[in-house]
Design a protein. Structure first.
Length: 257
């Protein structure tokens, strides 16, 4: 039944970290049947071909500029036959059974537009730092507070993405939450209470290296997503920010197992 739902995973890459790219692709390939992998490369194709050796991976050269457009290109290239889409950074990994869990969540709730779960943060060498456990709270406060929705490990219903539009190419840091907020308007964001992915937290990560710009873009996205004149924003905004900060601090203090 799960294999009957085909998932497309796009991996955009500059091909600068072939060892990590290999780990990323292997973690997706290990998910089993009903999974297609497309690498959209802005870097050396020979490096990508070597990193994807012996794996069922479709490699295409990026034709446009920017991360959002790279992911959009992958979805356009191979998304026609897939029921669900997602993307994964070229240094992140899916854990065993990740796609089975998110597929099951979407199959169990046909009106859901997205499934998301827990995400383990690791350092540049793969040592565990903490695990984000966003819970259902993340979807509730998304329009008002900090972004607690982990992109790694999430799975999006393809029909819902087509309905609300793909990633905004003008966004560099907050394109994920921008899309999630739009998906929230057409279907439920379903929480899967399991660890689904590993996110590599290091100085070269886009959002880590550009924290101020990332926060500014997130604020602009949230303002755009909220209906004009929403009267509860002055109350819900501060409450959501406090709830999000408490959740974040609790995750950071829990022991990683």
């Amino acid at each position: 039944m799960l294999d009957a739902m085909e998932a497309l995973v796009v991996v955009p890459t500059l091909a600068e970290r072939p060892e990590l790219l290999r780990r990323t692709l292997s973690s997706i390939a290990a998910q089993g049947g009903g999974t297609r992998i497309v690498v959209v490369a802005a870097g050396d194709l020979d490096v990508v071909q070597h990193a994807s050796r012996d794996l069922a991976v479709d490699v295409v050269r990026q034709q446009t500029r920017g991360l959002s457009e790279a992911i959009n290109e992958g979805w356009r290239h191979a998304g026609a036959g897939a029921d669900a889409w997602t993307w994964l950074g070229d240094d992140d990994e899916l854990v065993a059974g990740s796609l089975d869990r998110t597929k099951a969540a979407l199959l169990a709730k046909p009106t859901a537009s997205m499934a998301y779960g827990r995400c383990r943060y690791v350092d540049a060498d793969g040592r565990p730092l903490w695990t984000a456990r966003p819970g259902r709270l993340a979807a509730l406060i998304a329009p008002y507070g900090p972004n607690l929705l982990p992109q790694p490990g999430s799975l999006l219903r393809a029909a819902a993405v087509r309905q609300v539009g793909m990633l905004d190419p003008d966004l560099r840091y907050a394109m994920d939450i921008d899309l999630f907020l739009r998906l929230r308007t057409v279907g439920e964001l379903v929480y899967v209470p399991h660890e689904l992915a590993l996110f590599r937290w290091h100085a070269q990560s886009t959002t880590v290296a550009n924290r101020a710009a990332s926060e500014a873009e997130l604020a602009a996205v949230r303002t755009r997503a909220l209906p004009a004149g929403r009267r509860w924003q002055p109350v819900l905004g501060p409450v959501a920010r406090v709830a999000g900060q408490v959740s974040y601090q609790l995750d950071r203090r829990r022991p990683v197992r």
